[in-house]
Design a protein around this ligand. Structure first.
Ligand code: SAH
Length: 333
């Protein structure tokens, strides 16, 4: 599905075709153009050739059925993963990938370890959402949230990420409100600044994972380019422009960033951010690091709470199918 091919076809069609086509793809969620019976046969055949709706994917379900992972095969043979999380409160969140692999090489992350292949184009991002939207439709359910927390760094592929959001936000199409998107970044400052201007209603999450630059640089190579102080400055500007609460992500890794001194230092650093909450993430052991003990997480949390920091803890989705945070990496060709 190359969006340019679709725009090309629409150029030679009457104006109302665009709406019919968007309705078919994004609301009726058809999987083949033969289902689009409102369109003339010649057009359907042209669309089938130049804007094929099929998505090649293998799906895996967790034992508790709350998580589904799709291994999606792209046209050039490369593969990416996307995850559907079904929350108790009826939210259905898709975690999408923005790149094939990732160039950041964070020491704790499975995607980082597989290296970088290429950026996804906008429709390759949209397809991940469409795939699960079609699946949920069978039980009359809908996607309610899209988070850019799969493979890759969204702000290193910002144009395609924004284009994908624009397509999914389109009122005549999928019509998912801007507040229902979240972008998670390692702290690419240019991206934070751009988001503040372009998508002020989109949620922002920052993978901090350390209370200072020294520890941060040990586990996140790109931290050398983006010091915490600069990131916090960008966040202040973002909050001033958007008035939105930023999520500070913090993976708990044993002996790395989970001491009570780290907690106190983190609380101190957070004081500079006007509107935020800390999301403590249990580490999924994919590399050389170990997850923090639950007692240590509890104590760490207590230090932060005593200092008035608001905290949430992330539910672990889909560990048994390698679909949990940071576990996305394509093993098979
Ligand atoms: N590049 C973006 C998106 C990455 S994935 C970013 O860095 O934010 C989303 C989150 O999962 C990030 O916070 C990432 O640091 C975290 N993560 C990576 N590996 C993990 C692991 N093994 N266990 C738990 N969380 C992990």
């Amino acid at each position: 599905m190359h969006i340019k091919n679709l725009y090309e076809i629409l150029k030679n069609e009457p104006k109302y075709r665009e709406k019919q086509i968007k309705t078919a793809i994004f609301q009726k969620l058809i999987e083949d153009w033969s289902e689009a019976t409102t369109l003339p046969l010649v057009l359907r055949e042209k669309l089938k050739k130049e804007f094929d709706l099929s998505i090649r994917a293998k799906t895996f379900f967790s034992n508790d059925k709350k998580t589904a992972k799709a291994l999606i095969r792209l046209n050039d043979g490369l593969a990416i993963e996307a995850v559907l999380m079904r929350h108790e409160d009826n939210r259905n969140t898709v975690c999408v990938s923005s790149q094939v692999g990732c160039p950041l090489k964070c020491a704790f992350c499975a995607t980082g370890q597989m290296g970088f292949k290429r950026n996804l184009d906008a429709m390759e991002i949209v397809e991940q959402v469409l795939f699960f939207a079609r699946y949920l439709k069978k039980t009359q359910k809908k996607i309610t949230n899209v988070v850019f927390m799969g493979m890759g760094e969204p702000f290193l592929n910002i144009d395609n990420v924004f284009e994908a959001i624009k397509i999914l936000n389109d009122k005549e199409g999928f019509n998912l409100g801007m507040r229902h998107f979240s972008i998670s970044t390692i702290g690419i400052i240019e991206g934070i600044n751009e988001l503040a201007g372009w998508g002020p209603k989109i949620n922002l999450a920052v993978s901090l994972h350390a209370p200072n630059d020294k520890i941060r640089a040990e586990i996140i190579p790109i931290a050398q380019k983006y010091p915490m102080e600069e990131i916090i400055k960008a966040l202040k500007n973002y909050i001033k422009k958007t008035n939105r609460r930023v999520m500070i992500e913090y993976i708990m890794m044993k002996g790395i960033n989970d001491s009570l001194d780290c907690a106190a230092e983190l609380a101190e650093a957070m004081k500079k951010i006007p509107l935020f909450f800390v999301n403590l993430i249990a580490y999924n052991q994919t590399g050389a690091f170990r997850a923090s003990e639950s007692l240590q997480i509890k104590k760490f949390r207590e230090v932060l709470e005593k200092k008035g920091i608001s905290i949430t803890q992330r539910y672990k989705f889909g560990q048994d199918i390698d679909a949990a945070c940071g576990q996305l990496a394509v093993k098979s060709r």
